[in-house]
Design a protein around this ligand. Sequence first.
Ligand SMILES: *[C@@H]1O[C@H](CO)[C@@H](O)[C@H](O)[C@H]1NC(C)=O
Ligand SMILES: *[C@@H]1O[C@H](CO)[C@@H](O)[C@H](O)[C@H]1NC(C)=O
Ligand SMILES: *[C@@H]1O[C@H](CO)[C@@H](O)[C@H](O)[C@H]1NC(C)=O
Length: 780
Amino acid sequence: MPSTLLTVLSALLSFATLVLSLGTSCSAPLGAGTAAPTDPYWMQNIKHQGTAAFNSNPSGYQVFRNVKDFGAKGDGVTDDTAAINNAISSGGRCGGGSCASFTVSPAVVFFPQGTYLVSSPIIAYYYTQLIGDARVPPTLLASPSFAGMAVIDADPYIPNGGGAQWYTNQNNFFRSVRNFVIDVRQVPATNSQGTGIHWQVAQATSLMNIVFEMSTAADTAHQGIWMENGSGGFMGDLVFNGGKFGMWVGNQQFTVRNITVNNANTAVFGIWNWGWTFQGVTINNCQVGFDLTTGGLTESTQTVGGEAIIDAVVSNTPIFVRTSQPSNGKLAGSIVINNAQLTNVPTAVGVVGGATVLAGGTTTIASFGQGNVYKGTNGASTFTQGSIPAANKASSLLDSAGHIFGKMHPQYTNYAVSQFVSVKDNGAKGDGHTDDTAALNAIFAKFSGCNIIFFDAGTYIVTQTLTIPAGTQIVGEGWSVIAGSGAAFQDINNPKPVVQVGAANSQGIMEISDIIFSTVGPTPGAIVVEWNVKQPAGQNGGAGMWDSHIRLGGAAGTNLESAQCPSSGTGGTAACFASFLALYLTAGSTAYLEGTWVWLADHDLDGDGVSQLELFSGRGILSESAGPVWMIGTASEHHALYQYSLVNAQNHYMGLIQTETPYYQPSPAVPSPFSLNSAFNDPTIFGGSSAWALHVTSSSNILVFGAGLYSFFQSFGQDCLDSNNCQSQILNVDSTSSINLYSVTTVGTTFQLSVNNNGVVNQSGNVDGFASTLTSWSQS
Ligand SMILES: *[C@@H]1O[C@H](CO)[C@@H](O)[C@H](O)[C@H]1NC(C)=O
Ligand SMILES: *[C@@H]1O[C@H](CO)[C@@H](O)[C@H](O)[C@H]1NC(C)=O
Ligand SMILES: *[C@@H]1O[C@H](CO)[C@@H](O)[C@H](O)[C@H]1NC(C)=O
């Protein structure tokens, strides 16, 4: 054969392979973005036909709001505060402290390019996304006379309310703020009202792609983020310039990825926590990197319980980490530092007005810990202020700099509106009752790989498995919901996926953002998301989801609310099954999960917003993946057998993971009302009558960098909390798995860690506030 023909043939063949491996069949593959340089971000001009399916007026209620349609000028001169706040609150949304929460009136509030002058806080209601133009992020400019807690306030204090706030901080869910410059430099430097965001939030919340501009005066009182309580949460891709504090933060737990702090006095001030993980921190020209209040070892004196920092680059900063109290040879705030590269940082770890714990200089800290270190099955700890065992980090988890890989929530910044297709324009209804299975399958068949698929806000019901082919990119609008319903998901012995992400063994791009996966109960045979897809070769994070969640029950339209399934148990079990398994990462898959909350509701979000529920979901997250898997800021709560289970899993980075045990346990005791199912590799042994938070079997290269594993109840009562015996064991690893655990915080469990189902680490030696923290555990 002539060689040119050979070349042509082989090129054709490799093209065919490429198309095959994408798994999609559309005709004009999506290439690069085609937006013109002067175009606005696609979100501004895409057709806006999103609805809130369970709003009392679905056809009248407006989900998407452009602040300019509400009179904001964005000219840097006009005071836009009132117009922006109108854009957020219009449509009878509930605020001011008059309701706890809701899902029926979501809002996406869009800010076109421009500079928006504000003189008092922009009040971010519950279930609101504030999104700036991602191409040229708009500036929120605080006026010189700005008055209020912060430019954006996610949980205002009620005036003269004795400390009462609009929303309960631990239940302040479903929030996102993206693509802004927040500039407080015109506010007098000494005025701490020059604060960017008051972010007092809980799960399913994100801050993303925000630059905070603050005064660099020596006496600056400005601060980027102010957060005094909550139960978060994820934030990432943030830059702080100037200020007294980049972040001043207290919250049960949080995951922070990719922050840069330049020229602040203190980059991060920690007032209290149970456990935070920082991944990818750059600090330049500050006085102190992390300034941590420590030493409060009781619930009423809670200070920083666990700070875990991985992949830091710090320069020209006198002190990297400083605690307010010395440890004096015992736990007084756990600290883990993994891979910190210091340049001209004289003190790596020190104490206010006291000793240097770890000298700095120009050097790299490989693996440092301050706290109690455990190995193998030895229940005795070694209090350490120094080197701790380093984790074996699989190279597949790392970027080219050797840091844990990270990928920002895809925003398709350079894509033109014409490169998106709307599911509502193509036959899907999203009205919360029409069966959209066929319409959605047809849309994927026609457009996957050729267009970005836009799920206009709504609730899309599917009655058969929906398979999203490899090669698909999906964007929701204000958390569009895909919910499985009906006969296909009833058989507890023969469960079916509601959504298959990639067909079995498929490979290709998969990006899912701003989507909620759910069920309309009862659905005892639902695997809510079966994740099969593998990222394309050489494309880390090519298969992932961002700001996307699994939410089961507790919301209007789920048929799993307090009317059906109150915590009194009068709903019984049959009517109150929400799922068999929430998220299943199958053996051939890879996954990048950032900001994923896998929640079986414990209370109603609609209705009174507080009534407790008794619902049943068999399993939380099961991973059998050989990796790479990144779980960055994930949580799994209230599932019957386990929250996370790794079986034959490899090459996982998990930081921070957060769990809660079902409130009804031990009545009924685990696994009831489910039975064990060996086809899903269920654990066969439990450490008492309650669910495992994390169960690891036959797995290797697992790195858990921060965990908050909580057991707050027994049969809906909390007497067990004081005695730390709401359950006996909570985290089990088998002795054949290779796994490193750092900064593991527990509440309400006697043993923090078990090996081969035998309790090893007793929490009593690790109490550092309301919670107990184990600083490091390794097999040997
Ligand atoms: C919130 O945090 C502040 C500051 O740490 C503390 O004084 C207050 O008691 C906390 N409030 C709640 C409701 O947790
Ligand atoms: C980190 O954040 C910065 C600022 O938003 C962004 O430019 C950069 O791409 C991010 N890096 C990663 C790895 O996400
Ligand atoms: C845990 O430690 C405490 C304090 O030493 C002890 O009283 C308790 O019996 C221990 N619990 C178990 C289950 O070993």
